[in-house]
Design a protein around this ligand. Structure first.
Ligand code: ADP
Length: 503
């Protein structure tokens, strides 16, 4: 396949990942065009782009998920390629196909590979055929009776998953047979609602499991390699919030075996580009099982970048241009030092991680040696409820895991975020937790150790000063206490300080 020259890329996303892709384009001397919804007219990714095109109203279906408008924007701007980022249209096979049919380059794998991996039943079948171990389970007939029979055969606890699933949606645990009917019904409802497809699969639910994933790269000339693992077990609602590389669990032998399994998985579907093969690891059995393949750039790609010294977005662009993988990358390399990523979300960890919205009155990201921040917001920006509440990713790199944890603790302490509820303090408490520090990171960590978590009073000085200023400025309320307007960000701050649930 002849290399294609990409001179201009349309970035079909928003937030931190759009900013990240724009940076890669700038470094490569490639022009970039951003797209935005009406709610994002003043967003950071638009400010960072030299050219930006409006897509439509705030609703994702009218903007970032509107394939025809995105293709029109690409034509209008003269872009030769589209980078979909993660989420939105990134794993939509029909979109990938439409991009190619429009004569453009899709920066990602071919539509057939996306399709093969987008269906959990089909992916399990193909992985089994390729000799990649899958979780003991069932992916055949999906009527309730067949599923009940299969569940009895597999044994409880059972995890019910939506065949079309993603983002932890349509997933339910049945601890015993008595819970199965309800779990099947709830998973079906959620799957139908989220994906318009109520088919289900079953997997044995592995307790005390770890989520370990392998980054792979494949070129269009038959070379597929892996770039070691990321451990992503710290999750809430089956969604990651802290990731690290290398995994505290893996030794070089297990790394090599899982790496080869990931390469085999990618090759089985004719994969090209960057992708991630996710495994669930049963530490007791020392066994690993294929979970799914994400056919795109992952949120947590920076921990791989920090421990390999590579730029995955630039590599994606090179691979999409049909360039061969550099020969230097083809030999296995041990991870360099240790990297940790914390996802800073506008959400309330004391209230079921409910997303928060509001103004970013002040955001001061941490800085210093070995600290990287991939942010989608700056002071003065507005966070709305239309999109994912990820604000920024704080990533640290150090010589070993203990030093990386200390560096992350300092980085989080230095982070100032005023104006909206976030998980900043929750992330700090996880970094301080003895079980985290000992590397005992399992997917049940938050339920096990953080279930009754409440914010403490250990606030940074900026918050105390801001709260004091706000109370001086605000008129006295009903109880003689200074009161800000109920919708004022200062009210949230005061409530936070006073330990009241914010409204
Ligand atoms: P989604 O596609 O919705 O993200 P995944 O299949 O990737 O769903 O699983 C998401 C998370 O759920 C995993 O990272 C893991 O924490 C948990 N999980 C998935 N399958 C199992 C299993 N068989 N046993 C235990 N935990 C699981």
């Amino acid at each position: 396949m002849e290399p294609v020259e990409i001179r201009k890329i349309l970035v079909a996303n928003r937030g931190e990942i759009a900013v990240r892709i724009l940076r890669a384009c700038r470094e490569m001397g490639i022009s970039a065009v951003a797209v935005y919804s009406q709610a994002d007219e003043h967003a950071l990714h638009v400010r960072r782009a030299s050219e930006a095109i409006e897509l439509g109203p705030a609703a994702p279906s009218e903007s970032y998920l509107h394939a025809a408008r995105i293709l029109q924007a690409a034509r209008q701007s003269g872009a030769q390629a589209i980078h979909p980022g993660y989420g939105f249209l990134s794993e939509n096979a029909a979109f990938a196909r439409a991009v190619v049919q429009a004569g453009l380059v899709f920066i990602g794998p071919g539509a057939a590979a996306i399709e093969a991996m987008g269906d959990k039943a089909r992916a399990r079948e193909q992985m089994q055929a390729a000799g990649v171990p899958v979780v003991p389970g069932h992916h055949g007939a999906a009527d309730d009776q067949s599923l009940a029979e299969a569940a009895r055969r597999i044994g409880f606890p059972i995890l019910v998953k939506a065949t079309a699933g993603g983002g932890g949606k349509g997933m339910r645990i049945a601890h015993d047979e008595g819970e199965l009917d309800e779990a099947l019904a709830a998973a079906r409802r959620e799957a139908e609602h989220a994906f318009g497809d109520d088919r289900l699969i079953l997997e044995k639910y592995i307790r005390g499991a770890r989520h370990v994933e392998i980054q792979i790269l494949a070129d269009a000339h038959g070379n597929t390699i892996h770039l070691n693992e990321r451990e992503c077990s710290i999750q809430r609602r089956h969604q990651k919030i802290i990731e690290e590389a290398p995994s505290p669990l893996l030794d070089s032998e297990l790394r090599a075996r899982m790496g080869s399994a990931a390469v085999a998985a990618a090759q089985a579907v004719g994969y090209t580009g960057a992708g991630t093969v996710e495994f669930i690891v049963d530490p007791e059995e020392g066994a690993y099982y294929f979970l799914e393949m994400n056919t795109r750039l992952q949120v947590e790609h920076p921990v791989t970048e920090m421990t390999t010294g590579l730029d995955l977005v630039q590599l994606q662009i090179q691979l999409a241009s049909a360039q061969p993988l550099p020969a230097a990358l083809r030999a296995a390399r041990p991870p360099l030092g240790h990297a940790i990523e914390c996802r800073l979300y506008a959400e309330d960890p004391a209230n079921q991680f409910l997303p928060a919205a509001g103004p970013v009155l002040r955001f001061r990201p941490p800085e210093g040696p070995g600290i990287r921040v991939d942010s989608g917001v700056e002071s003065g920006d507005q966070v709305t409820t239309h999109y994912d509440p990820l604000l920024a990713k704080i990533i640290v790199h150090a010589a070993d895991r203990d030093s990386a944890i200390r560096r992350m603790q300092a980085a989080l302490r230095d982070t100032v975020l005023l104006g909206l509820t976030s998980n900043l303090e929750f992330l700090q408490d996880i970094q301080r937790h003895p079980a985290f520090q000992r590397g005992l990171t399992t997917t049940g960590f938050i339920e096990e150790h953080m279930a009754d978590w409440q914010p403490g009073s250990d606030l940074p000085i900026e918050v105390l000063v801001a709260a004091a200023l706000a109370s001086r400025a605000a008129p006295a309320g009903r109880h003689g206490r200074p009161e800000a307007a109920p919708d004022s960000p200062w009210q949230t701050l005061l409530d936070f300080r006073l330990g009241r649930p914010s409204t």
